[in-house]
Design a protein around this ligand. Sequence first.
Ligand code: RB5
Length: 145
Amino acid sequence: MIAIGSDHGGYKLKEYLKNRLTERGLQLKDYGVYSEESADYPDCAKPVCEAVLSGECERGILVCGTGIGISIAANKFKGIRAALCSDVFSAKMAREHNDANIICLGGRVTGEELAGMIVETYLEASFLGGRHAARVAKIHEIENF
Ligand code: RB5
C-alpha cells in the first residue's frame, strides 16, 4: 500500500498520479487534500508520514506546489526520509542510496508525464544496503542527538 497526499498546490498532480498508479495495479491510500481549497502543507504531510511510520503503508508520495515545503515538513518526522525529486535519476538514487520512504514532487514544477516516470522509477527501485545502510543509520543518529 502506498500513501499519497498533497496540499492545494499539489492536488492536481496528486490526482493524476493516483489515477495513473491505480491503473497500473498499485494500491494507494489517499490522505487528501480532496480539492484545490487552500491547505497548509505541514498538515498535509502529517497523515502520510504517520501511515508510513506505522507500517500501514510501505511508502509515501507527497506533492505541494514546489515540493519544498512538504518535504521539509515530512523530514521533521523521526524515521522519515523524504526526497524531493524532479528527475528520474534522483528518484532511483533516492531509493537505492538513501532508502527514501517518501518521494516528494512539485505540482507547479514537474509536468504530469515526467512526474509519473519519476514516481514509477522510485517505486520500482530497491535499497542497495551495504555502505549506504551505514550512511542512512548515521542520519538517524543525528535524529537522536
Ligand atoms: C502554496 O501556495 C505553496 O506555498 C505550497 O504548495 C508549496 O509550494 C510550499 O512549499
